[in-house]
Design a protein around this ligand. Structure first.
Ligand code: HC0
Ligand code: SF4
Length: 568
């Protein structure tokens, strides 16, 4: 153990502890800006500097370890003044027009500047605005970048993708798309983790809110909106709502107030995905010798993009089932258009997702299989729907809860847990067990696949057949798993991959509050536990859509509408 004094408090911590962590253990908060625990500990911004007695220079608290007998001052006049100058210099290179910034109110630079009492900009502002493809789902504004390197590190060290790199040196240092590429030429998976880890407004999603407002104002359009599983666990965070108050039914009430004609639940089509993907898997298993394994889930478009660019020779291992978002779009513009007795082109289909990659998925040419132009017309993120709610001045806290519309508003607990890592696998196993044995398992029988670990394994016996499964989230974890499969170190029958750590709950379109993913995941499992229906095959709307329209899972019609070959 190491003994030291921080701000007059005697502290005893383990050897190797960083000054920042030692201070936190003593209840002292040192401000940080570029720091991200275990991801970016480079001390670049110099906001966390502290004074160590006997040291001429101030030291960064995030990447210097404690030493026996140290006497540290975290907020002395010298520290305060240095921090202030450091932040003023950062501001001199940052476009400080906060009023029009997407991160205003949730910006770490804004908070630190305010906390340090900076109420004027003493240096001339010099910032660069570089051209960017505004049609791409991920938008970068170079004039907001503070070169903290968080995006570079998250992309490389968590997502194994290396889209960003440092260009130039000295005062011209910049973050650029690597290998001199344009973003649209790069292999960006569109997971959006760089956005959620950016402390400022340098990275954001393409804003599609106006398209939705235009559709709502167009009397010729019937607006049909779907709400993804993980959105319900997070939408209240940026509206200041307590988790208990931010129910999905309250979100439904807000959407109805905004004027959406039909408000449905993506958990319905998550259940539909289970019917198709579960049946596809069971069919493959029946003829094991003639099929290649493992079968990979295909519902995460970030993962599908990653596989296409990094492992193109393995694309045929992806399940052909479309994602719930796209199944929903296809059902909306076929079955539901028929129920409404309108042409599919009259329907404008909107999807609220925790995800950036979904904005790309709905534009993949071969994903659209109905008579309409596009099965899903526009995708907005959880952050964008929150902005719409604010723009409409809806007092969500005082809204009465309302129900989804019918029949596509019914989902099971199995569909809800799609938004958590392991959830798709667990939901699939619940129904696969039923499809093989004709009996339901205990709904909690496959709990092993829950939890935030990056790579989880389980073996499950169904009617004498042992099924080996794995679940992974985060693309670096995924890469390790694929390498192990390719090297013959592991063998699985069924693998779930989600690009974002923790699954969609930690998606790149979610409100930006780092450290919230596991709370969101817990919330989804709680909703599953409390649900009346916990098996996808028991969803009455699913039973009906097969009876009245699709016939059976994997039928010709189901194939046409609900499956894809992942070719483009
Ligand atoms: Fe997901 Fe999905 S679970 S990818 O994370 O499968 O975005 O929430 O909507 O489509 O259902 C995202 C979340 C979805 C889809 C579902 C799947
Ligand atoms: Fe999108 Fe979810 Fe995949 Fe992340 S894990 S890229 S949020 S689908």
């Amino acid at each position: 153990m190491v003994r030291l004094t921080i701000d007059g408090i005697a502290v005893e911590v383990q050897e190797g502890t960083k000054i920042l962590d030692a201070a936190a253990q003593a209840g002292i908060k040192i401000p940080t800006l570029c720091f991200l625990k275990d991801i970016n500990e480079i001390g670049a911004c110099r906001v966390c500097v502290v004074e160590v007695e006997g040291c001429d220079q101030l030291v960064a608290a995030c990447n210097n370890v404690v030493e026996e007998g140290m006497v540290i001052h975290t907020n002395s006049p010298k520290v305060r003044e240095t921090r202030r100058v450091n932040v003023e210099l950062i501001l001199s290179q940052h476009d400080c027009r906060c009023a029009t910034c997407v991160r205003s109110g949730n910006c770490e630079l804004q908070t630190i500047s305010n906390d340090l009492g900076i109420i004027d900009l003493p240096y001339n502002q010099k910032f660069k605005k570089k051209p960017w493809n505004k049609d791409f789902p991920l938008i970068r504004d170079s004039s907001k970048c503070i070169k903290c390197m968080r995006c570079v590190q998250v992309c490389e060290n968590v997502q194994n993708t290396r889209i960003w790199e440092v260009g130039n040196t000295g005062s011209r240092t910049d973050v650029v798309v690597s290998l001199n590429r344009k973003i649209e030429e790069s292999d960006c998976a569109l997971c959006g983790q760089c956005i959620t880890h950016c402390p400022v407004g340098a990275l954001r999603e393409r804003d599609d809110v106006d398209k939705v407002f235009d559709a709502l104002a167009d009397p010729e359009k019937i607006t049909v909106v779907q709400v993804a599983p993980a959105v319900r666990a997070a939408w209240g965070e940026s509206l200041g709502l307590e988790r208990e108050a931010a129910t999905v039914k309250r979100l439904v009430a807000a959407l109805r107030k905004m004027g959406f004609n039909y408000i449905f639940d993506t958990t319905f089509s998550a259940d539909l995905t289970i019917m198709e993907e579960g049946s596809e898997f069971v069919e493959k298993l029946k003829n094991k010798e003639n099929n290649k394994f493992p079968m990979f889930t295909s519902c995460c478009p970030g993962w599908v993009r990653y596989m296409k660019s990094h492992y193109p020779d393995m694309v045929d291992l992806l399940s052909t089932s479309k994602s719930p978002q796209q199944m929903f779009g296809a059902i909306t513009k076929s079955y539901y258009a028929e129920l409404l007795d309108v042409s599919p082109d009259k329907i404008y289909s909107i999807s609220i997702m925790p995800c950036i990659a979904k904005k790309h998925e709905c534009d993949i040419p071969t994903i659209n299989d109905t008579e309409a132009d596009k099965d899903v017309d526009v995708v907005i993120t959880t952050r964008e729907v929150d902005r719409m709610i604010r723009a409409e001045h809806i007092d969500v806290a005082n809204l009465e809860e309302e129900e989804f519309d019918m029949p596509l508003g019914v989902g099971t607990g199995a569909g809800v847990i799609f938004g958590a890592t392991g959830g798709v696998m667990e939901a699939a196993l619940r129904s696969a067990y039923y499809l093989v044995t004709g009996e339901n398992p205990d709904p909690d029988a496959f709990k092993e696949v829950r939890g935030m670990d990056g790579w989880k394994e389980s073996q499950i016996e169904i009617n004498g057949t042992v099924v080996k499964t794995a679940v992974t989230s985060g693309l670096k974890n995924t890469d390790k798993l694929i390498q192990a499969i390719r090297n013959g170190e592991v063998e699985y029958d069924f693998v779930e991959v989600m690009a974002c750590p923790g699954g969609c709950s930690g998606g790149g379109g979610q409100p930006i509050h780092l450290g919230q993913t596991s709370n969101r995941v817990d919330n989804l499992y709680k909703l599953d536990k409390e649900a009346n229906l916990r098996f996808s095959h028991e969803n009455p709307s699913i039973v009906k859509v097969y009876e009245d329209y699709l016939g059976a899972p994997m039928s010709e019609k189901a194939h046409k509408l609900l499956h894809t070959d992942h070719e483009s």
